[in-house]
Design a protein. Structure first.
Lengths: 350, 622, 622, 350
C-alpha cells in the first residue's frame, strides 16, 4: 500500500476550469509496493488530467497485465477501465478507439507487457498511428511475477538475484522512432516536472504518443548494478529539453525567448514549448532524433524528454476515413441498408 | 457400351489447372443451369496453391433439389494432363470423358467402359485467337460450349451471363461468344447431341439465389449494423470480411462527406483481430471477426476473457480440415469442441450453425443480437463448403421493422436515476447484468473491466465466495441462453419413428436426401437440425423421444456427439455417429451406408444408394 | 468457555501482510512439527500482489496423516490489522486467537466464544532490536516462539532449523533465537501452557520429505535428461523452471569447462516457449515448458502442430483459478478439457495427473519417456496447491539402472540398412512410426515435417484417402497409448461396494480422508485414483464394476466427468460429481457432504465431518 | 510449376569439394507460380550451399507458412525441413539450434510471416543473436492468401486491386539494425550475383544473419504502382557495395585494392570482401549503417548488399555458455545426476 489518503479535504482546494478538484481525478487506493515508481506515474497522470480539465468520463483507460497494468484502477475512477490480457492492450485499445473516436485513450503497459509478449501489437499500433497516449512504466523487470529480467533490461544490468542480463535491450523509444511513430518521449517516474507536460502533450497529440517512463521497481530491481534503479537513472539522465505544455487559449500570453527554444503547435491549438538542452537536435526531424538517441545510448545516457514529434501524420481514423460521428453512436437507420436494397442484391445473385 | 440416360440429374466434374482462369467459365456453366430453373450445386475442390496444381469443380444437377454432394462422376471435363489418370479413373462406368484432343490421348488412358469425347480445344483457340493469355482463358469457354451442345444448355442463357459478366467490354463478349460457339459446333459435328444425360428447362428454383456463405455472412454483418471488423487472412474465411468491406464501401459511405460508417482492420494476427473486436464491443460498437481453426486456437485466450468479462463478441469460424494447418482447402466440421469450450478454465461459448447462405445472413444478424443480449461471445460455425462455394439458397430477407437488440445497456438517463450501479448484479435474475458504455455519464456507471475475479460491483476480489457467486451466475446465464438461441428445425410434423437423425450446418442437404432414400427403402427416420449451442429443450425432447439417434458430422472424433452427450447428460449407447472427414462434403450415400450398417449390423452390398435411371443398352457414337 | 483439547490434530492459520517476510517464519513452524515426526500440511493462501495485501498460511496437523485441507481454524495467529475482522470470524468456537497486543484490541473485535491470547510482539521487538526491517522480520519469530510454548513445539528443533537457515550468519541466528525465546517466555508467563491443543513427538513421517511440487517437477526434468527448457513467467508455474535451472546450475555444469549441459530460455511469451520446446524436441533434445491456464490457451495452436506432426513435447500445466486471468493465486483443476482437446480440429492430448511431489518427480520422468515413445505432447497436470505448497511426500526415488526410453528413433546404421524410409509408415502396427533426427545420415532419413496432411513418406498431399489413413493411424496410436500411460491406483484389494469414487491429482488426500470418514459412518466406497488420460482398461473396468461413481474435481463444469463419459462412452446418470471451485483446496468435509447429500437425497445437518476431541469444560486462563 | 527439370544430367557437371554436383543440393519441384521471385532465392540458396560444399544433412531448414515458407521443400532435399506454423519459425529454430549447435540453420520466412504475425518472434530471435541465416522473401503482400497488403508494403504502394497502402511500412533491415542484429543485409531476387555471396556470408556468420530479399510476387504484386514489383525494384536499387565471399583457405590468394574496399574476416576464417559503392558508410559501425539506410530510404532508394556486420557479438550458445557437444547427443550418464545425489537432495528437504 503506497499511501493512505486523508479522508478529509480542505474545501478551498484548487479547482480546475471545470470546477473539479484534483481528488475528482483520483482512483482507488494503490496496492503497489510502497515507493513503486508506477504510483508516481499515476500521480502525474492525475495531475495532468486535472490541470487540463479533462472530463474523466470522456477518457478510457486500458492496460494489459502486470503491476503497471494495475495502475488504471488507481487514477480517474470516473473513467471506464479495461484491464485486458497480458500484452494485448494495443489491440483492445484499437477496437475501443475505432468504436468511439470522441473519447481520449490512455494505454498503460509495462516493459514485460509491451516489449515481450506484446511487442507485436505495440509495433502494429504504431504502424496504424492509433490515437492513444501509450505509457510504458518501464522497470526492466517483471514486477508482478517477481523480478525476472525483461526485454528492456540493459546488457550487463544486474538483477536482484545478482546475475547480469546478457541479451540485447529493446529501446522502446528507439524502436518507435524506427517504426515511424508520430510522438516519442521518454521520462522518469522521479521527474514529475517533466512527466506532467509530456503527458499533456501526448494527450493533445492526435496519433500514437509513446511515453517510455523509467519507473523503478523498488522490490525487485532497485539494487546496485541495475540500470533501472532510482539512483542509476538519476545519475545518467539527460534531458533533451525542458518541456512546457501550453493549452490552447484564444490569446497566448506566454512568451518564449528565441534561439534554443522551440514551440510546436499541436492539432488542437495547444503548444509544446521546448527549451532545448541538446543543440544539434531537431524534435521535428526523425533522423535528427534518431541520431540524438543513438548518441545518448552510446555514451550511456538516458535521454529523456520529448524526442520526436510529427504533427502531420494522419491518425487511424484519418487513414480509414471514418465519419465524424462515433461509430458506436450510429443508429440502425444510418447503418442498415434496408429491405429494398437487399432485393437488388438478391437479384444480382440470380 | 451402355449409355447413361438421365434428365436433369447427373454430376459433371471439371479438372483444371489452378490459376488458369477456369473458375469463371465453370461458374457460368453452373449458373446457366440454375437460370434454366434446374437445381444445381457446384463445389470447388482446390489446392492450397496459387498456380499450377490440379483443381476441380464439381457440379451436381438435381431436378429433385438434392443439393448435397453425390458420389460418382457422370461427365468429366478434363483439361489438366497432370491429374488425367486419376480423373479418368474417377468416371463412373458408362460415363463420359471430355478432353482436349489437341494432343492425342495416350493408349494407357483408355478405359473400355467409359465414353471418350475429344475436342481439340487448344488447337481451335490457337487457330482463332492471337493473345496467348486469351487463348488459355477462352479454351475454358470452348468446353462450356461443347457441354452446352452435349447436354442441352440453352446457349442464349450462357450468352446472357457472358454479356453481364463482361459488361461494356464488347471485345471480350465477342470472343467468348465465339469460343462458346466453336465448342458447340465442334461437338455437334462430331458426336450425337445431346447425350443421354441432358437438361430440360424447369421451374424449380423459385426466387432462390446462388451465393457463397461468406458473402451472405458479410451482408448479414452489414444489415446487423456491424461497424468494426478486424481480421487476419486465412482460407477459407478470407472472403467473408472482404465481402463485408466491399458492401460497406457500396452501402455505408456517407454521400455528403465520402466518409465511412465502418472500419475494417486487417490485423497483424488473429490475437490482435479478436482484441480489436473485443475493444470495440466493450466500447459499444457491433464488431466481429472471421477466421478458421488455427485462428480460433490463437484467439482462445481472448475468448476466455470475453466470456469471463462478458463482452459481446461475434466470431465466424469458417471451418476447414484440421488439426494444425491440416487441409486448408478442404471442408470439415472439426472445431466444435475447441469452439464450444474455447479457453482454459470453466468456459462455455454460444455457437450457431447456419446451413444455407440465407441462414448465414440471418444467423449473422442473430449473432449480434444474441451477443449483446447475452453479453458473451457468439461463434457462427460455418465451413469451407458453405462459405466458399456458390450455394443455392432462398433469397436473403430483411424486415425493415426489425430493431437491433442491444441488450441491457444503461443510458445516461437510466444511470442518473440509479442509486448504485453494479455491473455484475443480477437484477433481473436471469444471469444477465446491465452494462454501460464508456462516456455515458460523468459520475455514474463507470466500472473496471477485467479478466480476474470481482464482486458484483466490478471490484477486484480474491474472495472465494464472490468468485463462486459470479461463475454460478454465468451458469445461470447459460441456462437463460437456451431460451434465446435459435430453436432446432424438424422435418416431420410428429413423431414417425423410434429412430432419429440429427445434423447441423452443411450436412443438411445430404442428410435430407438420405432420409428420403432410406424412406424409399422402408427405413423411416425422424430428422432434426440443430441450429445452436447451448441446446434448448426441444433438442433434448427429440433425443429423449427416440430410442436411437444418429448424429451426422464431418470430423473424426464425433465432436458434436460428445458435446450433446456431455451437455444433456445423454446415454451414449443410444447415440450413434455418421462420420465423414476426408475433407469432401458428405454424401447421402455415405449417410445411408453408415446408418444401414449400424442398423443391420453389416453393410448390405446391394445398398447402392444413388443410381441414375438404369443404363440403356445403346452405345454412344464416338 | 470451553477449551479445545486435541493432540497432534488441529489447524493453525497465520494472517500476515505479504511482503513482510512472514513466509520464512511460518515455514519454520510447519517444518518443526514435521521434524517432530508429526504429519503436517501447510498451505499458502496469497494474493496476486507483491506487498501490502493480506496473506494467510494455514497448517493442518494430523497425526493420522490426513494431509488434505480441513475446514475450521483452531488457532489463528493474527498480525494483519487489515484482515482482522474476517480472521476473528473464521476461528471456530472455543478456538484461540493470538494477536499482537502492542495495540489494544478494539472492543468490537471481541467474540465471547473464542480465547484471546495477546502477545505484544511489536513492542518486544522495538524494545529489543534496533534495525526497523529486522524488527518486522523478528516479530514473526516472536509468534513462532509463543506458539512453541503454547502447543509444545520443541524449541531445540526450531533452533536447529534457524541455524541451518542462516548458516554462517551468527548474528542473525542469535537474533532469531532471542525473538523465539521472547515469545515463548512471554506466553509462559502470561498464560497456562500448553493449551489443550498440543503436540507430542511421534514417528509418523518415515523418511518423507517436505517439498513443493514445482521443485519436484524441476528435479524430475533434470533426472529425465531434459536439456532445453523454455518458459514464460506465470503464477503458479514460475518456480518450476526456476527450480530446474537452479539444480541444473548445480548438477549439470561441466566441471572442466564450466559450460552448461542445459539451456534455459525465458521466452518472449508462451507461444514462443512452446515453439522452442517443439523445435528442440524435433531436433532430438528432451525439452519442456511449464505454464498455467492462459499459457495453455496461447499454446494451443502449437499443441495442435505437435499432435499432428508428432513431436514429443512435454508441458506442465500448473493449474490456477480460471477462466481468463481468473484467480491467479488460487488453485483449481479447470484446464482438463482445454488440455485434453487442445487445439482446433480432431486432437487428443495425453495428460498425466501427479498427486504428490514424489509423483511430480516420477511423472515428469515418465512424461519424457511417454512423449518420445508416443511422439506426441504429454501434459503434466498439476495445480497451485501441489506446485507451490510444501507438501509432505515420500522421498524422490531414482533407479540408476533406468534407461531413457527415446522411442522409435532410427540411427545412422539402421538408416543405412533401410531400403526406403517412411516417416509416417506404421511398420509395427501400433500407430507409432519411426522418426529420424536431423543430421543423422547424409542421404537417408531426411524428411519434411509439417502441420499439413501428408502421405506415409511425409510428402504433402491433399488426397482425402491419405489424410484419413493418417488420422486413423493417430487414433490407433491413441489406443496404443492406453497401454503405456500410468495405470490407476486402487485403494482396496477387491471390490467392496457398489459405489465407487474417482479422483486425481490434489484431491487425493481429502478423498482418502473422506473414504475413511464415510466408512466410519457405515458408507463404504471403492476408490480409484486416475493417473492418466487416455483412460486405460482398468479405469473402464472400475467404472463398469460399480453402479454409482462419484468423481471429485475442482472445477465448476465437472470437466473430468465430461472427459470420462465422452471417452469411455459411459452412461452419465451413473456418474455423479463432487465439485469444489472456490479456489481453496477441497476438504474431506465437502466431499462427505456432497456424497451423502447425493446418496441420501438431502444434506444431513448432523453430518459434521471433522470434529476434534469433544471440547472439555475447563476454561483457559486469560 | 516454375520449371520442369531435365531428368538427364551430363556426367561432367561440375562438382564441389565434397564431390557433389549442384543437383545434390536441389529439392522437390517447386509448386510456386512461374516467375515467382521466391524460386530465384531458392536457386541462390542451392548455389551458395553447393559452392560452399556444405553437407546438406548438416543443415536444418525451417519456415513458417506462406508461399515463401514452402520453399524449403524446394532446396536441399537431404536436409531435414520443418514447415511449422505461421509466424513462429524463429522459436522453432531457436529450439532446434539449442538442441544441436553443430548443424547450420536456414530460416525462411515471408513478409507476412515475419513482419505481422511473427514480428514478436523475429524481434526476440534478434535479441538472442540466434545463429541462423534468416531469409525473408519479401514481396510486400500475402501471396498464399491471395495478395493482401503486408506490413512491409510501402505507404502509397498500389496493390493489385488498385488501392494504395496507407500504413507505415516496416523496414525489416532497419528494424534489425535498431534491435542490435549482428548481420543485416538486403538483396533482390533478381540479383543472383549479390544474393549468393550474401547467403554464404550469412551462413558463415555466427549469429543472427538477416537477409531481407525483395522477391516480387508475380501474381499479386507485380503491377504498376507497386513498390515491390520487379521493375520498380530494379529501377530503385542501390547497392552498398559489391560483395564477394572468400571461404577460408590456408593461404588466401585473392588480392584486393586498398581504399574503398574492405575485407571483413568472419569467425570461421572466411572473408567477406566489400567493394564499397557508398563512401561515407562503414559496415562495421551500426550508427553509420543506420544513417546510410535512413538516407537511402529518404531518397526512395532500395539499399541492398551487406549493410552491417558485427563479428564480435556472442551468439546464443555463447550467451548461454552451453557445452561444445550438442545437447541432443549428451547421454544419460552425462545428464542424470543419479541415485546418490538424489538422496542428498532428499535429505535437504527434511
Ligand atoms: C498470458 C500470460 N502469461 C503470463 C502472465 C503472468 N504475468 C503477469 S504480469 C507479467 C509480467 C509483468 O511485467 P511488466 O509488464 O513489466 O509489469 P510490471 O509488473 O513490471 O509493472 C506476467 C508475465 C499472464 N498474466 N498472462
Ligand atoms: C494462424 C494462421 N493464420 C493465417 C494463416 C493463413 N496464411 C497462410 S500464408 C499467409 C500469409 C503469407 O504471407 P507471406 O508470409 O508474406 O508469404 P508469401 O505467400 O507472400 O510468400 C497467411 C495469412 C495461417 N496459415 N495460419
Ligand atoms: S513489485 Fe515492483 S513493479 Fe510491482 S508494485 Fe512492487 S515495486 Fe512496483
Ligand atoms: S502467389 Fe506470389 S508469392 Fe505466391 S507463388 Fe505466386 S508469385 Fe510467388
Ligand atoms: Mg516491468
Ligand atoms: Mg509475402
Amino acid at each position: 500500500m503506497t499511501f493512505v489518503r486523508p479522508v478529509f479535504r480542505h474545501p478551498d482546494l484548487p479547482k480546475n476550469k471545470l470546477g473539479y478538484t484534483r481528488k475528482y481525478y483520483e482512483g482507488a487506493l494503490s496496492t503497489l509496493c510502497a515507493g513503486c515508481g508506477h504510483d508516481s506515474v499515476s500521480g502525474a497522470i492525475i495531475q495532468a488530467c486535472f490541470e487540463m480539465a479533462i472530463e474523466p468520463h470522456k477518457v478510457a483507460k486500458l492496460s494489459g497485465i502486470g503491476c503497471s497494468s494495475k495502475t488504471p484502477a488507481y487514477f480517474l475512477s470516473n473513467s471506464h477501465g479495461f484491464n485486458s490480457v497480458h500484452g494485448r492492450m494495443p489491440s483492445v485499445a484499437t477496437g475501443a478507439n475505432l468504436a468511439n473516436r470522441d473519447l481520449m485513450y490512455i494505454g498503460v503497459s509495462g516493459d514485460g507487457d509491451s516489449a515481450s509478449i506484446g511487442i507485436g501489437q505495440f509495433v502494429h499500433a504504431i504502424r496504424r498511428n492509433l490515437n492513444v497516449t501509450y505509457i510504458i512504466m518501464n522497470n526492466g523487470c517483471y514486477g508482478l511475477t517477481k523480478g525476472q529480467d525483461s526485454a528492456t533490461a540493459d546488457v550487463g544490468s544486474i538483477n536482484k538475484s545478482g546475475s547480469a542480463n546478457m541479451y540485447q535491450a529493446i529501446d522502446m523509444a528507439g524502436l518507435a522512432l524506427e517504426l515511424g511513430a508520430s510522438f516519442v518521449a521518454r521520462s522518469f517516474s522521479g521527474d514529475k516536472e517533466q512527466m506532467i507536460p509530456l503527458i499533456k502533450a501526448a494527450m493533445s497529440h492526435p496519433g500514437f504518443s509513446l511515453i517510455d517512463i523509467v519507473s523503478p521497481c523498488v522490490t525487485f530491481n532497485n539494487n546496485k548494478g541495475s540500470t533501472k534503479s532510482y539512483d542509476y537513472t538519476r545519475e545518467h539522465i539527460e534531458a533533451t529539453a525542458a518541456v512546457d505544455f501550453v493549452p490552447f487559449m484564444p490569446e497566448i500570453t506566454t512568451q518564449y525567448a528565441e534561439g534554443d527554444s522551440i514551440s510546436v503547435p499541436l492539432h488542437d491549438g495547444s503548444l509544446v514549448h521546448l527549451n532545448k538542452l541538446a543543440h544539434d537536435w531537431d524534435p521535428l526531424d526523425r533522423h535528427s532524433a534518431m541520431n540524438r538517441l543513438y548518441e545518448a545510448k552510446s555514451t550511456g545516457e538516458i535521454l529523456t524528454g520529448l524526442i520526436f514529434i510529427d504533427v502531420e501524420a494522419p491518425e487511424l481514423h484519418g487513414i480509414l476515413k471514418t465519419v465524424e460521428k462515433p461509430l458506436n453512436r450510429l443508429n440502425k437507420d444510418e447503418l442498415c441498408p434496408g429491405e429494398q436494397v437487399l432485393k437488388t442484391i438478391n437479384a444480382g445473385f440470380r | 457400351m451402355h449409355q447413361l440416360n438421365a434428365l436433369n440429374d447427373f454430376v459433371v466434374r471439371f479438372a483444371n489447372v489452378n490459376g488458369t482462369g477456369s473458375a469463371s467459365a465453370n461458374t457460368m456453366f453452373a449458373k446457366a443451369i440454375f437460370r434454366m430453373g434446374i437445381p444445381v450445386s457446384p463445389k470447388n475442390i482446390f489446392p492450397s496453391n496459387i498456380q499450377g496444381l490440379p483443381t476441380w469443380y464439381e457440379v451436381r444437377i438435381s431436378e429433385k433439389g438434392y443439393l448435397g454432394r453425390r458420389e460418382g462422376i457422370d461427365i468429366m471435363v478434363s483439361v489438366n494432363p497432370q491429374s488425367m489418370p486419376k480423373d479418368i479413373a474417377s468416371v463412373r462406368p458408362n460415363g463420359y470423358f471430355i478432353y482436349d484432343s489437341t494432343k492425342e490421348l495416350h493408349k494407357e488412358f483408355i478405359r473400355d467402359d467409359i465414353h471418350y469425347l475429344g475436342v481439340p480445344m487448344m488447337q481451335m483457340c490457337m487457330d482463332k485467337f492471337a493473345d496467348p493469355r486469351q487463348r488459355q482463358l477462352l479454351k475454358n469457354m470452348v468446353y462450356v460450349g461443347a457441354l452446352a451442345a452435349l447436354i442441352d444448355i440453352e446457349i442464349p442463357v450462357l450468352q446472357e451471363i457472358i454479356t453481364l459478366q463482361f459488361k461494356n467490354k464488347e471485345k471480350l463478349i465477342e470472343a467468348n461468344f465465339q469460343a462458346l460457339e466453336m465448342g458447340a459446333t465442334y461437338v455437334r459435328e462430331h458426336f450425337k447431341c445431346p447425350l443421354g444425360l441432358r437438361l430440360e428447362r424447369r421451374d424449380k428454383v423459385d426466387d432462390w439465389i446462388m451465393i457463397d456463405g461468406n458473402t451472405a455472412c458479410g451482408l448479414g454483418a452489414i444489415y446487423a449494423g456491424a461497424t468494426v471488423a478486424a481480421w487476419y487472412p486465412i482460407t477459407p474465411s478470407t472472403s467473408l470480411v472482404q465481402a463485408f468491406e466491399k458492401y460497406a464501401k457500396k452501402l455505408r459511405v456517407d454521400p455528403a462527406t465520402g466518409h465511412n460508417k465502418f472500419a475494417v482492420i486487417q490485423a497483424e494476427d488473429e490475437l490482435a483481430a479478436i482484441g480489436v473486436v473485443i475493444g470495440a464491443a466493450w466500447n459499444g460498437a457491433r464488431s466481429f471477426t472471421a477466421t478458421s481453426g488455427p485462428g480460433v486456437s490463437l484467439m482462445s485466450e481472448f475468448l476466455g476473457l470475453a466470456y469471463f468479462a462478458e463482452i459481446p463478441t461475434v466470431l465466424v469460424d469458417v471451418q476447414r480440415g484440421g488439426p494444425s494447418t491440416g487441409m486448408p482447402t478442404r471442408t470439415q466440421q472439426s472445431d466444435i469442441l475447441s469452439a464450444a469450450y474455447a479457453s482454459h478454465g470453466d468456459t462455455k461459448q454460444v455457437l450457431i450453425f447456419p446451413s444455407t447462405p440465407a441462414e448465414c445472413f440471418d444467423h449473422m444478424a442473430e449473432a449480434f443480437d444474441l451477443a449483446e443480449r447475452l453479453q458473451t461471445p457468439v461463434l457462427v460455425m460455418t465451413d469451407l463448403d458453405l462459405g466458399m462455394n456458390d450455394n443455392m439458397s432462398p433469397p436473403l430477407k430483411w424486415d425493415d421493422s426489425r430493431v437491433f437488440d442491444r441488450g441491457k445497456v444503461l443510458d445516461e438517463v437510466q444511470l442518473e436515476q440509479l442509486d448504485k450501479f453494479g455491473r455484475y448484479l443480477d437484477v433481473d435474475n436471469d444471469g444477465i447484468c446491465y452494462r454501460t458504455i464508456p462516456g455515458t455519464h460523468p459520475t455514474k456507471g463507470s466500472f473496471f473491466t477485467r479478466g480476474t475475479s470481482r464482486d458484483e460491483y466490478a471490484a477486484y476480489t480474491e474472495d472465494g465466495a464472490a468468485y463462486v457467486r459470479n461463475v454460478d451466475r454465468l451458469l445461470h446465464k447459460w441456462e437463460t441462453a437456451k431460451t434465446y438461441v435459435p430453436a432446432p428445425e424438424f422435418y416431420q410434423d410428429e413423431k414417425q419413428s423410434a429412430i432419429g437423425i440429427i445434423f447441423f450446418g452443411t450436412t443438411t442437404y445430404a442428410a435430407l436426401e438420405a432420409v428420403d432414400i432410406l424412406k424409399e427403402q422402408g427405413v423411416v427416420l425422424d430428422a432434426m437440425r440443430v441450429k445452436a449451442f447451448p441446446f434448448n429443450d426441444e433438442v433434448r425432447e427429440f433425443v429423449d423421444a427416440h430410442d436411437r439417434v444418429f448424429i451426422i458430422e464431418q470430423n473424426r472424433d464425433a465432436q458434436f456427439r460428445s458435446l450433446i452427450i456431455n451437455e444433456l447428460d445423454l446415454r451414449p449407447s443410444k447415440i450413434a455417429s455418421v462420420l465423414n472427414y476426408d475433407g469432401f462434403p458428405i454424401t447421402a450415400e455415405t449417410i445411408c451406408n453408415q446408418i444401414m450398417e449400424s442398423l443391420i449390423g453389416k453393410l448390405s452390398p446391394a445398398f447402392v444408394v444413388h443410381e441414375a435411371a438404369p443404363p440403356s443398352q445403346s452405345d454412344v457414337e464416338e
